[in-house]
Design a protein around this ligand. Sequence first.
Ligand code: NAD
Ligand code: TYD
Length: 353
Amino acid sequence: MGLSKKILVTGGAGFIGSHVVRRFVNNYPQYEIVNLDKLTYAGNLANLTDIEEKPNYRFVKADITNVIEISDLFKNEDFDAVIHLAAESHVDRSISDPTAFVMTNVIGTVNLLNAAREFWKDDYATKRFYHVSTDEVYGALGDTGMFIETTSYDPHSPYSASKASSDHFVRAYHDTYGIDIVISNCSNNYGSHHFPEKLIPLAINNIKNNQPVPVYGKGENVRDWLWVEDHARAIDVIFHEAKAGETYNIGGHNEWKNIDLIHLLCNIMDKKLGREVGTSAKLITFVTDRAGHDLRYAIDSSKLQNKLNWVPSLQFEEGLTKTVEWYLENEEWLNNVTSGNYQTYYNTQYNNI
Ligand code: NAD
Ligand code: TYD
């Protein structure tokens, strides 16, 4: 791939996508970054106000499930690469409405692959399709072990099943048509601009507002948390250096039981809000467990560390403190995304706890 590139980033107004767009726009002024997003409830252009005026950045509102919109875009723009993040991303929503996940995550991905197949066919060797995926495709671990790149797929939720399916299609287009693809499977991310349906930003918002903090089951489930900017940096390295057809696991080597994480967060919030230590923890409320709740995720990212020299940069307590500070300093962002439809979602999901 040459020095200057036109890159289509899908899902760039969401949580991780906005960090990827910001990183590429700022670090590669010679690249043209086209951010395609449907702006669902999870997409928010306010995530990118700091770079929206940059000359190497453009936003296109489009839906990846719309064949005509996607094929017109590929016809009109000579993209060198796609970094595909657009997705329905929340497990609980996938339990209530699986079809939306099949549409965007499976059909939407196949539409993008078809456009790449059609418009890149004379030039596959100079193009790249980077598919951003999740560790949830590997299923659940018991108390020991870690996911490696060759772990068999065993998804349990409609979300992870749809991501697993999309991963298979991406590999199939490499094996069948010769498209240059790379896939990365990452553990749970945290950081700024995270939509407060996910555990950490939801808990920050509730603690701030003195509302109950819902913990599913007994809070025994384990997740491996990674600072979102470390994920964006890993995507940058893999995009530029991975061989065609390769998969990389990305993770923080940072496993936390949900209940321990929430206690740490409560302590940080007590400090930041000037509350007596122990005040926020009183908000912890155990609620009915998630159906099919995967017990434990843990990523072995040694391939990425050894081959491409990537290591996570932040300790969890430091990253969590920065995250809390961002939410407290960006009250307007938080108020905007938690108004309107969010309240309806919240009341249905949590039965007005
Ligand atoms: P997000 O929900 O914050 O953002 C998703 C974005 O996709 C939103 O901006 C939304 O508007 C857009 N989108 C949804 N449907 C679309 C459609 N049909 N057409 C165009 N745009 C559409 O999600 P996220 O947490 O930033 O995740 C981004 C990607 O990373 C996803 O593919 C997800 O599976 C993957 N991932 C997420 C995590 C995590 O911890 N959040 C971990 C590993 C992998
Ligand atoms: P989440 O942030 O939804 O990410 P994922 O399901 O993709 O791992 O959830 C992280 C963990 O927190 C998961 O084990 C479910 C749990 N959880 C709660 O206990 N309460 C909540 O309100 C939410 C949203 C999640």
